[in-house]
Structures are given as structure tokens and as C-alpha cells.
Write a protein that binds this ligand. Sequence first.
Ligand code: SF4
Length: 276
Amino acid sequence: MAGRQSLRADCGNCFALCCTAFGFSRSADFPIDKPAGTPCSNLASDFSCTIHDSLGPRGFRGCTVFDCFGAGQYVSQRLYAGKSWLENPETKAEMFSAFAAARQLHEMLWYLAEAQARTFDPDASDRVTRLSDTIGQAVGGELTDLLELNVQDLHSQVRSTLIDVSLEVRASYLAAGDDHLDAALKPGADLMGQNLRSRRLCGADLRGAYLIASDLRGSDLSGADLLGADLRDARLDGADLSQSLFLTQPHVNAARGTLLTLLPADLERPSHWQNG
Ligand code: SF4
């Protein structure tokens, strides 16, 4: 998809910003508490993770599903010219703030690229272009521009644009009189552990839905809006997500699929997915 090349994480060119800037709490995803702005105890001085090959078994599952959308290398290399917070500790707080803002902006660019590719509405397309240009200028400018940007305002504009594109795309999957979607399939729905196996979920609005450990095996999610949906441990064996809306790599990494799960071309099949 056009415009997404620079929105992929390149950890080798990042100062482990996700392992330092953000905090996490002891939970199903992390075995310890870590305050924001402090290095993780598993971080090596060369910014590598000392338990990279055993994150899941060691209880750091949250690390395996995080994606910075390329913000890490952007901040490390483009904004700070390869000078890390270890070399220049005085830049630490500012660098972490820049990373938090850039991560949100890069994620918005990821979604806008998809919106642009999916919409046939000229007005929506213009809005997407304007927003993409605004964000593109912000991340292409100076550090101060980024830090002074009203990210929340941009986020609201992007959100309403994505909802409009979602409505348009989903409508194309919902023929008049077609009642394949029941009322439970709605934004923010609690569908944890639900049996949704072999269902036709085309055009469903599952934005922000809790699909944790749900059974979606063999289901068709073409045109289903999955923005912000929680797919942790969802079974995706044989499911078709190739035309799902706003699916991201963290979604996929958190779910359980196989070689028979169909994914959008932009997303990678996690190495832990086995042939079912
Ligand atoms: S466990 Fe490894 S990947 Fe996770 S935050 Fe710590 S250093 Fe980073």
C-alpha cells in the first residue's frame, strides 16, 4: 500500500525507545512494573533485548505485539541524527516526548494510507490527502514543530475520516435486506471467547470490539472494521482477513493463526503461527 514503506519498525536503527519511553504494569502481558521514561531491566547497553528469543515464555508478551509504526528509527535517526539518550542524557525527556507524538502520527499515517486505497468517494479522498499532507509535513519538519503539534486535534480529524471511509467500505458488503450480521456485532462489543466460527462477518463494524480468545476460525472478515479491536488469542485458523479494514501488525501478532489464515498483503505472518 502506497506510503507505508517508512511506517515499519526498524529496531536496529532505534535507541530502544519503546523499551524506555513507555511504561507498563504487571499484568497478563508483563511480569513486572516499569515506569515510563526508564530503561527496561532487560535492555542491553547496545539497545538490544537480552531476552528477545524468550519474551513470551518469560511473560513479556506485551513486547511481542507492540509496533511503533517506524517512529523509533524516525526519532532516533532523523530527529536526533543517531545521537542516543545514553550519549546525551539531557535529550532524554524531549526524545521520549517526540517518540510518543511520532508514534501516534505514524499510526495515523498507516490508517490513512489504507483509507486512501479503499475509498471511492472524492470528498473522503481529499480529506485523507489533506490529513496525510498535514501529518507528513509535521514529521518532515523540525523537532519543535513536532513537539508543538496538537496531536489530539489531528487524531479527532483522522478518527472521523476513518469512520466515514469505514461506512462507505462496509456498505459495499451489506446488500439491501442482507441480515448476516446480528446486533451483537457492534463497535466495542464484548465478544470475548465467543464462538464466531465459520461466520460471514463481511462489513461488520467491530471497531474497538473485545474479541479476546474468540473463535473466528474459517470466518470471512472481508470489509470488517477492526480498528482498535482486541484480538489477543483469537483463533484465526482459515479465517479470511485479507480485505479487513484497519488491521495492523500488532493485531495479527496477538492472535493465533496458521498458514491458512489470509492476511492483507502489507502484514507479515507471525513466526509463531503454525500450519494448521
Ligand atoms: S523485555 Fe525486551 S523488548 Fe520488552 S521492554 Fe524489555 S528490553 Fe524491550
